[in-house]
Design a binder for this molecule. Structure first.
Ligand SMILES: Cc1cc2nc3c(=O)[nH]c(=O)nc-3n(C[C@H](O)[C@H](O)[C@H](O)COP(=O)(O)OP(=O)(O)OC[C@H]3O[C@@H](n4cnc5c(N)ncnc54)[C@H](O)[C@@H]3O)c2cc1C
Length: 406
């Protein structure tokens, strides 16, 4: 195993960076330091689903129970419905072995649960990375506050606007999806007592609305996707009036139950949906990428964070197999080879899922669209939820070793 004295810097203390810190410490046994630009760890006041493929990783890391107890496991499978609330199909919500289910998490709760497993002295707040470069002694990082240091390796978990990505020669253009989402949470006590404790999606007229429980069922998350060119003329997100969101789902062609839900919203904000085409490389020497820095994807499959969690386990597994610090670039190269394929499929699939929900392009024929969504449910369970990131990395290691000794 690579020396316990190996010093690894993780740039970004989001959900990806914190999970990487836990995985690299527990599985690879290296010393990590997390550098976060913000003055405190935090997240936007909205929800995120921890899917079975990530729950499996978090379980192996010994942190799943804390996360599950802060979140909300639904009562059963979710539903895709038309605008009037008639069911199109049920939605996958657990893996085939029924070991892991979706967990609805309030984002600040997930950050807290992850951070409680990372020693406070490991996290350096108020450190905004300015530059990163390979030098003879390792990888040099410099922050806007004047701090600089040299590490044996650097991991860029610094999100969609990643600075580290430039150091691996990648400069992807953000691609705007043509959609914004209104996001936020609703107090569950305001909903009717028989409101289903599952994920529901309403789809109609080039827009969709999703809601699912969070925080021990005390809150409901909502995400409403609307076509808009708003982010093309200014900021990518901002505060919004609830009335503008309500107007998008007004009228007698929308389910009155959904309109009742929307009336309980007291606060919302809008968010432009951007991704980028798959990168052509993630690693250069002892520098690599993880999470949105490596593979920003649209949220329509709910896999952005879940892929960052898979990345963390794969990276830790390859790093654990490195004998010494000089082997880290090869560990990163192997990690890249395995993870780029998986995440490129999901980046593409997330664009396609958005087009399905909003009946665009080849999905304009609703009967065919509905059939595709039904088929997609099984793909999602077997290909996305059943994926075991640790096992895949271990199998790949065996194959890499065979090539090495051939
Ligand atoms: C509406 C919506 C719904 C979503 N729902 C889901 C879902 O249900 N499931 C799911 O898996 N994913 C979902 N996602 C995607 C998910 O939010 C992202 O994939 C995830 O937040 C990426 O995590 P990350 O840690 O890689 O990056 P980020 O969360 O962007 O974290 C990056 C961190 O790096 C810090 N940073 C940035 N630049 C620097 C710098 N120069 N120096 C130091 N620090 C820096 C930032 O402050 C931040 O803390 C959704 C996204 C949206 C928009």
């Amino acid at each position: 195993m690579v020396s316990q004295n190996a010093r690894v810097a993780i740039i970004g203390g989001g959900m990806g960076g914190l999970t990487a810190a836990i995985a690299l410490t527990k599985i690879a046994g290296v010393q990590v330091t997390v550098f976060e630009q913000a003055s405190q760890l935090g997240e936007v006041g909205a929800g995120v689903t921890v899917a079975p493929n990530a729950a499996r990783v978090l379980d192996r890391l010994g942190v799943l129970e804390g996360i599950r107890s802060a979140g909300a496991v639904p009562d059963g499978h979710g539903v895709y419905q038309n605008a009037m609330g008639e069911i199109v199909t049920d939605a996958a919500w657990e893996d085939s072995a029924k070991n892991y289910q979706n967990i609805g998490m309030y984002r600040p709760d997930l950050i807290n649960a992850l951070a409680s497993n990372v020693p406070a002295e490991v996290v350096r707040l108020g450190h905004r990375l300015a530059s990163v470069e390979t030098v003879d002694a390792g990888v040099r990082v410099e922050f806007e506050n004047g701090v600089e240091d040299v590490f044996d390796a650097v991991i860029g978990a610094d999100g969609i606007h990643s600075v580290v990505r430039q150091a691996v020669g990648q400069h992807p253009e953000p691609v705007y999806s043509g959609y914004i989402v209104y996001r936020g949470v609703v107090d569950a006590s305001l909903l009717p007592e028989d409101w289903p404790m599952i994920s529901q999606v309403w789809m109609g007229d080039r827009r969709h609305f999703m809601a699912y429980p969070l925080q021990q069922r005390k809150l409901f998350n909502f995400v409403a996707g609307i076509p808009s060119d708003r982010p093309l003329n200014g900021p990518w997100s901002g505060p919004a009036e609830v009335s503008e969101l309500a107007a998008e789902f007004a009228g007698d062609q929308w389910d009155p139950k959904l309109q009742h839900f929307i009336r309980q919203i007291d606060k919302t904000f809008w968010w432009g949906l951007f991704d980028h085409d798959p990168l052509t490389n993630w690693s250069r020497g002892a520098i690599t990428l993880l999470g949105d820095a490596a593979h920003t994807m649209l949220p329509h499959q709910g896999q952005g964070v879940n892929q960052a969690i898979e990345d963390s386990m794969a990276l830790a597994t390859f790093l654990a197999a490195a004998d010494e610090i000089a082997d880290i670039p090869e560990a990163f190269r192997r990690y890249t080879a395995v993870r780029m394929q998986r995440t490129a499929i999901l980046q593409h699939g997330s664009r396609r899922a958005g087009a399905m929900f909003d009946a665009q392009y080849e999905f304009a024929d609703l009967d065919k669209r509905d059939a595709d969504i039904r088929v997609g449910r099984d793909f999602r369970r077997s290909t996305v939820f059943d994926y075991d990131a640790q096992k895949v990395a271990e199998q790949a290691l065996t194959r890499f070793r065979k090539v090495q000794f051939a």
